[in-house]
Design a protein around this ligand. Structure first.
Ligand code: ZN
Length: 260
């Protein structure tokens, strides 16, 4: 079984379309949240991902943009974008966002049977496994999620940084895909070890922050026990133009080029 794992699309329709067009074959789609917020096409992005997904987790922007939580904790740019999104979202899409489950969730589908028997299942979260709003930026942050009774393989988003963390119980490892170009489609395969535990981030589809502008996603193959990290170029100029035309802050357009 192969799962396409998407996170932090952030209403970037052009990036999402490029990902869906170029993603390797897959059986299911798992979505780790922040479907909207920042970008200019929240309704169109929801229309595109809703029929695809079998597993969804809500993100902090999904909560704020649907009015479940206020925007007080957001910086001024994020706050402006969330308020704009609240205004343009259809009532049906707002209601759908409000009903997205809080992570962590166990993905739908025949995952558990394929995963090695080390107490493992798979979990999907937006932030950490303990707190949907926590940024997992270091091995120390991942420690809480990878000790105790948790799953061996965990997918998360929120940081917009592709890669993650692993431990074999003694050593801790930071995982970061190694790419060679800046503007072409590339992949980087991680062979999972059955004795290790993982916190893995597919990266952000719509607003990468690892200095790499290309849209990020991952494919988890339960039979080969691999995670394929992927980057694809997309129509950046159209995404930026849509943001500027919508009257959203200029910074939201310029940062897409920088991947910051
Ligand atoms: Zn996000």
């Amino acid at each position: 079984m192969r799962a396409l794992i998407l996170s932090d699309i952030h209403a970037n329709l052009q990036a999402l379309q490029a990902v869906l067009a170029q993603a390797p074959p897959h059986d299911v789609v798992w979505n780790l949240g922040d479907i909207v917020g920042y970008g200019a096409n929240p309704n169109e992005v929801i229309d595109a991902v809703r029929p695809l997904g079998t597993t969804f987790v809500r993100g902090n922007h999904d909560r704020a943009c649907s009015g479940l939580t206020d925007v007080d904790g957001f910086n001024p740019v994020a706050s402006r974008a969330a308020k704009w999104t609240q205004c343009v979202l259809s009532s049906e899409h707002t209601a759908w966002l409000r009903h997205l489950p809080q992570g962590p969730v166990m993905p739908a589908g025949p995952v558990s049977a394929d995963v090695p028997a080390n107490g493992a299942a798979v979990r999907c979260a937006h932030g950490s496994l303990l707190d949907e709003d926590e940024y997992v930026l270091s091995a120390r942050d991942a420690l809480h999620s990878l000790t105790g009774d948790g799953a061996a393989i965990n997918f998360f988003g929120h940081t917009h940084l592709q890669g993650g963390f692993a431990t074999d119980g003694e050593q801790w490892y930071r995982l970061a895909p190694d790419y060679f170009t800046r503007d072409t489609a590339e992949t980087w395969e991680l062979q999972l070890s059955s004795g290790a535990r993982y916190m893995l981030n597919p990266g952000s589809v719509g607003q990468p922050r690892d200095g790499n502008w290309r849209a990020a996603f991952a494919i988890y193959d339960t039979e080969r026990h691999t995670v394929l990290f992927c980057r694809v170029p997309y129509d950046l100029r159209s995404a930026q133009d849509a943001i500027l035309r919508a009257g959203l802050p200029d910074r939201l357009a310029s940062r897409l080029r920088d991947g910051r």
